[in-house]
Design a protein around this ligand. Structure first.
Ligand SMILES: *Cc1c(COP(=O)(O)O)cnc(C)c1O
Length: 352
């Protein structure tokens, strides 16, 4: 359409997992949790259902306080958003001028290049290693005087790999502190590393670090659209100022507080996903696949022949997420779903 900027005509479409119409098919294409709404969340939603004539708390004060307490940071360091993708777009837009650059790993989250293009900037995509890991050394070298931000994703969607605290600290030491480093930790609750990133600690020593979290994954609230950001107080203040007014709705604010408080159930859910992920990875190893050691709630099959894999998966009544020419991402689901992943992978490996 002619009234849009010419650089937006080739914007890659964000491909959402197909919604399931057939109840016998299990959707493993959007990294959703296989559990329903947390019981603790359900009860606060009921409580607030009759107050929807009023606008939500503009400052999301109670929600921000709960997040600050959860992370042991000051409430001034917290900003909230209508999903974390919304905040990614806001930050990138706020730091980029037309023609400037944003460094990211690739493949990584497909929402990143869309946000960068929307801001009129250019994505500098640094290939992940053969093991699907961020090549942090190459990313530090890709920084130029045009760089306005660096986007990191750990665990990385779609390859699943995560970097350690030491690796991130080394990287931050190499990057000029005038460049914001945006760390997307959407899947951090599924990571079980020896040396996990302690992001709150790094926030103290690295004022250019901006941390993104979401309620869409382990908290099983993708349908309610809630994300948040931790940063230096001065940075978070700007993020609150540029946020869409009333972007986080009343139910979402209440749900976020309840979800953060339900630590036992949330831990149970993440432990289940982790143990099933390890079971699937072990089975795939046994079938001869070389799958990156995922730290997320999904596994990554690097392959060029994605269409055939998708077809085999569909025959086993699971939908998966293809990335043309690169590979297929498959969400870890309930036990039955994961048995189907293994069965489909087995059939695919014995093809032809
Ligand atoms: C799922 C996901 C998110 C969450 O986005 P929301 O807008 O909060 O639902 C963020 N980053 C990555 C890499 C994701 O995969």
């Amino acid at each position: 359409m002619s009234y849009f900027r010419s650089d937006l005509t080739n914007l890659p479409a964000y491909v959402a997992g197909k919604p399931g119409s057939d109840p016998s098919i299990i959707k493993l294409s959007s990294n959703e949790m296989p559990f329903g709404t947390l019981p603790a969340v359900r009860s606060v939603l009921d409580r607030d259902l009759d107050t929807l004539n009023a606008y939500p708390d503009m400052g999301a004060v109670a929600m921000r306080k709960a997040i600050a307490d959860f992370h042991g940071v000051d409430i001034a360091q917290v900003a909230v958003s209508n999903g974390s993708v919304n905040m990614i777009e806001k930050i990138v837009d706020a730091v980029c001028d037309p023609g400037t650059e944003v460094v990211m790993a690739w493949r990584s989250f497909e929402a990143y290049p869309i946000a960068v293009t929307l801001a009129g900037a250019v994505s500098i995509q640094v290939p992940v290693t053969d093991d699907g890991e961020h090549d942090l050394a190459a990313m530090a070298e890709a920084v130029t005087d045009k760089t306005r931000a660096i986007l990191l994703c750990s665990p990385n969607n779609p390859t699943g790999t995560a970097f350690t605290h030491t690796e991130l600290e080394d990287f931050l030491g190499r990057v000029d502190s005038s460049i914001p480093v945006i760390l997307d930790e959407a899947y951090i609750d599924f990571a079980r590393l020896e040396d996990p990133v302690r992001s709150e600690e790094l926030l103290q020593s690295h004022p250019n670090l901006i941390i993104l979290r979401t309620f869409s994954k382990v908290y099983s609230l993708a349908g309610l659209r809630i994300g948040y950001t931790l940063a230096q107080a001065e940075v978070a203040e700007v993020l609150r100022a540029i946020a869409t007014p009333f972007g986080v709705n009343t139910l979402a604010q209440a749900a976020a507080i309840a979800a953060l408080g339900d630590t036992d159930e949330v831990r149970k859910r993440s432990d289940f996903i982790v143990s099933e992920r390890e079971r699937v990875l072990e089975a795939l190893d046994g079938l001869g696949y070389k799958i990156p050691r995922s730290q997320g709630n999904f596994v990554w099959f690097a392959m060029t022949d994605v269409e055939l894999f998708v077809e085999v998966a569909n025959r086993h009544l699971i939908t998966v997420r293809p990335f043309a020419g690169d590979g297929v991402r498959v969400t870890i689901g309930n036990e039955e779903a994961n048995d189907r992943i293994i069965a489909a992978a087995k059939e695919y490996s014995q093809r032809g």
